[in-house]
Each structure stands twice: as C-alpha cells, then as structure tokens.
Design a protein around this ligand. Structure first.
Ligand SMILES: [Zn+2]
Length: 200
C-alpha cells in the first residue's frame, strides 16, 4: 500500500539533495518519478537547487488553487512516485488531496519541507502533513552550538528580524536565513514562546 511521507527539517538540512537523489534512483530503476513544488516559492523559480550544486527543473509548479488530485488523474496517472519540494507552502486542502492520491490511486507521495517559519510557527502545509502523513521523518541539521537545529532565523542585510510575512518576497533587502536550536533561537530573536501563547 502506498503511503504519504513527510520529511521535515530546518533550512539547509539537505532536503533538496534527497529529492534529487530519490528521483535519480527511481529513474535508474526504470520507474517514473515526478517532482512538484508550490509556485509560491520564487527563489529558484522552476528549478530546485540543492546546496551541493545539483539542480533540476521541476515537472510541475502547483498553484495555490490547484486541485492536485484532479491534476494527477488527468496528467500523471501512470507515475510511480510523486516528490513535493517546499511542501510547507501547500494549502491544507492540497495535503488532503495528496492523501487521496495515496489512498485512491495507490501512488506514494513524498513531501519535503520546513516545519516552522522564522517566527517558530507552523506553515499550513507542514502542519497538515504532521497531522496526517503515514510516515514522519525528521531530517536533522546542526546549530552553531552543536545541538540539533529546529528553527529558522531570518536575517535582512545580516541583521536578525522577527517581524514580517512568513513568505518573504525578495525586495531590495537581502534576506537570508540561519538555523538554530531552541535555546539559540530564543537568544537571537528574543522570542518567548509562552509570551506568544498568552497573547493569542
Ligand atoms: Zn544552538
């Protein structure tokens, strides 16, 4: 039986490298894997680019209103595997559609994405995947202090920022990210989880 998989981690944990490797392995075995990603992510446009230099054009960019189940039935009914990069940007409804693909069409779907945004809050796509995926796998990466990095810190022109939209639109400011363990994330961002809960 096919399954819905979610591989999650902080930024720079090697998710894209794994997708490219997986697609390569399938192709080598004579099977057909497709790579999709939500179109909201503009940084690599139609390409997925891994940090170690490998890149590939995605097979399909998913619009936020797209019904992925209908798309697969009409265009990709014979694929052996669906890989989704930047899955945090899917809508909750689209994650439900991926589950329908797994259950009704018996096609495995492997989603890769961030667990949380730079404020430490879940993205809609990743939150839904954490709720319903058959298999959850954390892809671990390391904070500068040596502990496991769980959070993403946004920097603009090298300075830590704590305000802004969870999806950054590239403007004239240079946005970058670094990863941090919980302790370092709180130190860098002055973020108090309890304070946030009280104010929600
Ligand atoms: Zn740390």
């Amino acid at each position: 039986m096919a399954k819905l998989y979610f591989f999650y981690g902080a930024m720079n944990s090697g998710k894209t490298t794994r997708i490219l490797q997986c697609e390569y392995n399938y192709t080598e075995e004579g099977m057909h894997a497709i790579i999709m990603k939500p179109s909201i992510d503009t940084k690599g446009n139609e390409k997925i680019v891994s940090r170690i230099g490998a890149s590939k054009k995605v097979d399909y960019l998913i619009d936020k209103d797209e019904n992925i189940f209908d798309l697969i039935v009409s265009e990709y009914g014979n694929v052996d595997l669906i890989l989704v990069d930047e899955a945090q940007f899917l809508t909750r409804r689209q994650v439900n559609q991926l589950m329908d693909i797994v259950v009704d069409l018996d096609i495995p779907v492997m989603c890769y994405g961030l667990r949380t945004d730079f404020k430490g809050n879940g993205f809609p796509g990743s939150t839904r995947l954490l709720e319903i995926a058959h298999e959850l796998t954390e892809i671990k990466t390391i904070c500068k202090c040596g502990k496991k990095a769980m959070f993403n810190v946004r920097l603009i022109d090298g300075k830590v920022v704590t305000e802004g939209e969870s999806v950054a639109i590239d403007g004239k400011n240079k946005i970058s990210y670094t990863v941090a363990c919980c302790k370092c994330f709180r130190l860098k961002t002055n973020h108090k989880f309890d304070y946030e809960e009280k104010n929600n």
